[in-house]
Design a protein around this ligand. Structure first.
Ligand code: TMP
Length: 213
């Protein structure tokens, strides 16, 4: 008789541009490796071959689409990513470490594009209800002043379709993450993303340890 496989844990990372998600994720993965935890590292939009194709379109500065189309493409990518990658990994007992998930849709499409309009937020809620069977066990919201993050992001590479937005857009995105954290204080933990990367990594590791208990 084989023991039932314990489902893996699902952790997402969120935040505005340039808050240090990639470094924080890499640092978490180093610690998981050291503990022998089986995991996959993935991202949104993207993470499966088809969703990566949608990512290219969504980030391409030449793409011209309306806000509803953008929202639906984000969820089309998410649905494929869930079915092809996230759900099978969790069922096999692997942890899933995901760079962005549904809270980015609320923050970017709901608040950035939609200015927190109730109708836009209701559309997003209903997409989550119908197409997202599993929410993360833990969401780490890396919190850094918007302007500080934008300066870091600008040094990195040419701006994509989102990074081309102005400061007021990212201020609204920030408010979106804040609102999500207030609405889901158990799942979404705010992490102070200021300071050096090792400090941020330790803060995150302390929160992740609680999931292992
Ligand atoms: P990244 O630069 O962190 O890889 O994310 C790609 C961009 O996609 C980022 O600017 C945020 C945006 N995005 C949304 O607008 N909605 C979403 O649901 C997701 C997952 C990302």
């Amino acid at each position: 008789m084989s023991a039932a496989i314990q489902p893996g844990r699902f952790i997402s990372f969120e935040g505005t541009e340039g808050v240090g998600k990639s470094t924080a994720i890499d640092n978490l993965c180093v610690r998981l490796d050291a503990e022998g935890v089986a995991y996959i590292k993935t991202r949104e939009p993207g993470g499966s071959p088809f969703a990566e194709q949608l990512r290219s379109l969504l980030l391409d500065v030449k793409t011209q689409i309306n806000d509803d189309t953008e929202l639906l493409l984000m969820f089309a990518a998410r649905s494929d990513h869930l079915q092809q990658v996230i759900l099978p990994a969790l069922a096999a007992g692997q942890w899933v470490i995901c760079d962005r998930f549904v809270d980015s849709s609320v923050a970017y499409q709901g608040y950035g594009r939609g200015h927190g309009d109730a109708q836009m937020l209701a559309k997003i809620d209903s997409l989550i209800d119908r197409f997202v069977p599993t929410l993360p066990d833990l969401t780490l919201w890396l919190d850094l002043p918007v302007q500080e993050g934008m300066q870091r992001a600008q040094k990195r590479s040419a701006a994509d379709r989102f990074e081309q937005q102005q400061l007021d857009f990212f201020d609204r995105v920030y408010q979106g993450f804040q609102a999500q954290q207030q609405a889901h204080p158990q799942r979404i933990q705010r992490v102070d993303a200021a300071g050096d990367a090792e400090q941020v990594a330790s803060r995150i590791w302390a929160l992740v340890q609680e999931l292992r208990a």
